[in-house]
Design a protein around this ligand. Structure first.
Ligand code: UDP
Ligand code: MG
Length: 318
C-alpha cells in the first residue's frame, strides 16, 4: 500500500479546523483501500485554540499528527516542517486549512501522478477571488519577477499540490532560510500537471495575510530569486556616463561656437557626472561579486536528478 502525507499549515484556524478534518477524512476514507494516509497539522504559533483542537483530533485519530511552533514563523516555515516529516511517505500533499483548497481534488491529483506519469500535480487558479488591489499588485509582482529572474513562476500557481517523494526531497535539498515556495517549486522543475482549480470561499475565520505580510512575501521572492537589485548600479552608471558626455559635448561646442562664452558650469557638470558614473560602476562590480556570494550562500544544489539507472548515492557524493 502506498503512503500519503497531508501537510496542513494552520495559523489561528480554530473556527475551521474541525470542519476541515471532517471534510478531509471523507476523501481519505474513500482512498483508504489504496493509500495509508496521515494528516500533519502544523500549528504556526497560533494564539487561539488551534493547538488544543489538533490535540483532540490526534487523540481520536491515530492518523493525525501535529507539530506546533513556538511562535508564528509564517506559512513557508510551516510547510517546510510538514514536508520534513512527510518526506518519508510516497506522496506529500499540501493544502490550506481553510478549505479554500478543496480536498476533493486530491484523488484526481494522485491519479495524474500514478497514471499519467507526472511528478507533481498542482492547482492553478482560474480566477482570483482576492481583493482587486492585491490582485493587481500580485500580477505586477509576477510580471517583474518573471522579467528579471531565470526561474519562471506561474502567476496562477498555488501552493496546493501533491508531490512524489523525490520532488519533496529536492525541495528539502534547498537549505535557504528565507523560503519562497512558489519560487522553490518552480526552481526544482520536474513534470508538473497543472489542474485548474477555483478557490472556494474560506469556510470560516479570516485571511491571515495582511498587506505587510504579502509585501514581505513578495520581497522574499524578488530577493531570493533574482540578484537584479544588486546590478541596478550598473544601469545608473551608464545613465550617468551619458549625461556626463552630453554635458562635455555641450561645453565644447558652446565654447567653439561662441568665443564670449565663459561659463564653466557644463564642464563641471560633466566632471561630476563622470565621477558619479565611475563610483556607480565600481559599486556594480561589487554587486556582481556580492550576487555570486549570495548565490553560493544559499547553498542550493547545482542540479537535481529526476531519473537515473545508476545508483543515485554515487551522484550525490555520499
Ligand atoms: N498560514 C500559516 N501561517 C501564517 C499565515 C497563514 O500557517 O503566518 C496558513 C493559514 O492557516 C492557512 C494558509 O496558511 O491554512 C493560507 O492562509 P490564508 O487562508 O489566511 O491565506 P489566503 O487564502 O487568504 O491567501
Ligand atoms: Mg485561504
Amino acid at each position: 500500500m502506498k503512503t500519503l502525507g497531508l501537510v496542513v499549515p494552520c495559523y489561528n484556524e480554530q473556527d475551521v479546523l474541525e470542519l476541515f478534518y471532517t471534510e478531509t477524512i471523507k476523501v481519505i476514507g474513500a482512498l483508504s483501500n489504496q493509500y495509508s494516509c496521515e494528516i500533519v497539522f502544523v500549528d504556526d504559533g497560533s494564539t487561539d485554540n488551534t493547538l488544543s483542537i489538533m490535540k483532540t483530533l490526534a487523540m481520536k485519530d491515530p492518523a493525525v499528527r501535529y507539530i506546533s511552533f513556538s511562535r508564528n514563523f509564517g506559512k513557508e516555515a510551516a510547510m517546510l516542517a510538514g514536508m520534513k516529516y512527510t518526506v518519508r511517505f510516497d506522496y506529500t500533499a499540501i493544502l490550506d486549512a481553510d478549505l479554500q483548497h478543496s480536498p476533493d481534488l486530491i484523488p484526481e491529483m494522485l491519479r495524474c501522478i500514478e497514471e499519467e506519469g507526472y511528478d507533481v500535480a498542482a492547482a492553478k487558479r482560474v480566477d482570483r477571488t482576492g481583493a482587486a488591489l492585491t490582485g493587481k499588485l500580485s500580477d505586477l509582482f509576477y510580471k517583474v519577477i518573471n522579467a528579471v529572474s531565470e526561474t519562471k513562476i506561474n502567476s496562477s500557481a498555488q501552493d496546493f499540490r501533491v508531490m512524489k517523494k523525490n520532488v519533496v526531497e529536492a525541495v528539502l535539498s534547498m537549505p535557504e532560510g528565507n523560503r519562497f515556495s512558489k519560487g522553490i517549486f518552480a526552481w526544482v522543475g520536474f513534470n508538473v500537471k497543472w489542474i485548474e482549480h477555483e478557490d472556494r470561499e474560506r469556510a470560516a475565520g479570516q485571511t491571515k495575510w495582511s498587506f505587510t505580510k504579502l509585501f514581505r512575501y513578495a520581497l522574499d521572492g524578488i530577493l531570493g530569486f533574482t540578484s537584479m537589485p544588486l546590478k541596478l548600479s550598473y544601469f545608473c552608471s551608464v545613465v550617468f556616463l551619458l549625461i556626463s558626455l552630453i554635458a562635455l559635448v555641450y561645453s565644447i561646442v558652446r565654447n567653439i561656437a561662441d568665443p564670449l562664452y565663459t561659463s564653466a558650469a557644463p564642464l563641471l557638470l560633466a566632471g561630476m557626472f563622470f565621477i558619479g558614473a565611475v563610483i556607480l560602476f565600481v559599486l556594480g562590480v561589487m554587486g556582481a561579486y556580492l550576487s555570486r556570494i549570495y548565490a553560493e550562500a544559499k547553498g542550493r544544489p547545482a542540479y537535481i536528478i529526476s531519473q537515473t539507472n545508476t545508483r543515485q548515492k554515487y551522484l550525490e557524493g555520499e
